[in-house]
Design a protein around this ligand. Structure first.
Ligand code: F6P
Length: 343
């Protein structure tokens, strides 16, 4: 009987458990054995697994996070780790692997396919929604809804206290959460990594708005947004195994500049991991379930080196390398729509 492994890598995100459940249910239905690889690529480096069966996945559909655990381990970073991954693959008796992750995890999967582990299928995840070759990644819808609710809540305080509130949301390279939560939550200014921040313009928009009688404003900023000619604002400079710095702090910087330049009291609220936690929305549960079932179908049909993806309302499959070759950044047509409501 053929044996499938499944791992979840990179930042956790709502919808991972629905994918795991779907892969396990479909694999068992098709007569495969299935094993959970713990903590992303780390589990393959360290040969660390957990059993998966009907009981272990029972009740996980509405749960956030991942029952398999995750890590940002990059086997291409440490000498010998790729060989360790290949050894564990053999020791685990795997015939195929489902790798669930974002650009980093799937980037490793894509390299491994070329480096002697061809039987891998990818499933796209990230709250940032920045993976190419899929219209949406699961996790994004949940994060978007959490961020929108937070903006609604911030509105009430901003309005009552006549303040400006800067809401810092996640989004490392792409401002999908910022732009969509900003539109949905009626933000007065939205700042995204794709467009450098012009602080003069931001303050002008706010001043004009206040001049027409409004006494409060909401500014939504993605954590990866940068000032014109400025560097990314980071919590620390140390790089992770994929070369990323820990972001955070742009909201604080922005709030202090806005307060100084406009004279209006300005506060900041950093949403952080609240956006990544908690129960997935129905959209993310359904998307995760559809992607998980399709991943097993690909394995059954021996279509390896592929990633399952959403195209319109259909689940399709695309080459893994297409998913990781370029990031999907915010569509400027959407940004132009958001701009109609600035100020
Ligand atoms: O990639 C998803 C994401 O949530 C980014 O928006 C953010 O920059 C990053 O992960 C934070 O990762 P961590 O929780 O490991 O600091």
């Amino acid at each position: 009987m053929a044996r499938i492994g499944i791992l979840t890598g990179g930042g956790d995100c709502p919808g991972l458990n629905p994918v795991i459940r779907a892969v396990v249910r479909k694999a068992l239905l098709e007569g495969y054995e299935i094993v959970g690889v713990k903590n992303g690529w780390k589990g393959l480096v360290e040969n660390d697994t957990m059993p998966l069966n009907l009981n272990t996945v029972s009740g996980i559909l509405p749960k956030g996070g991942t029952i398999l655990g995750t890590s940002r381990t990059n086997p291409y970073k440490t000498q010998g780790d790729v060989e360790r991954v290949k050894d564990s693959f053999k020791k685990m008796g795997l015939d195929a692997l489902v790798a669930v992750g974002g650009e980093d995890t799937l980037g490793v999967a894509s390299k491994l396919v070329k480096d002697g582990l061809p039987n891998i299928v990818g499933v796209p995840k990230t709250i940032d929604n920045d993976l190419s070759a899929t219209d949406y990644t699961f996790g994004f819808d949940t994060a978007l809804n959490v961020a929108t609710e937070c903006i609604d809540r911030l509105h009430t305080t901003a309005e009552s206290h006549h303040r400006i509130i800067v809401a810092e949301v996640m989004g490392r390279h792409a401002g999908w959460i910022a732009i969509e939560a900003g539109i949905a939550g009626g933000a007065d200014v939205i700042l995204i990594p794709e467009i450098p921040i012009d602080i003069d313009e931001v303050c002008e928009i706010i001043k004009k708005r206040h001049a027409r009688g409004k006494t409060f404003s909401i500014v939504v900023v993605a954590e990866g947004a940068q000032f014109k000619d400025g560097d990314m604002v980071t919590q620390e400079q140390k790089l992770d195994a994929f070369g990323h710095v820990r972001l955070g702090g742009i909201g604080e910087n922005l709030a202090s500049l806005i307060e100084k330049r406009t004279g209006f009291e300005t506060r900041v609220s950093v949403l952080g991991h609240i956006q990544r936690g908690g129960s997935p929305t129905a959209f993310d549960r359904v998307l995760g379930t559809r992607l998980g079932v399709k991943a097993v179908e690909l394995i059954k049909n021996k279509k390896f080196g592929r990633m399952v993806a959403l195209a319109g309302i259909k689940i399709i499959d695309v080459p893994l390398e297409d998913a990781v070759k370029a990031l999907k950044t915010v569509d400027m047509e959407l940004y132009d729509i958001a701009k109609v409501f600035f100020g």
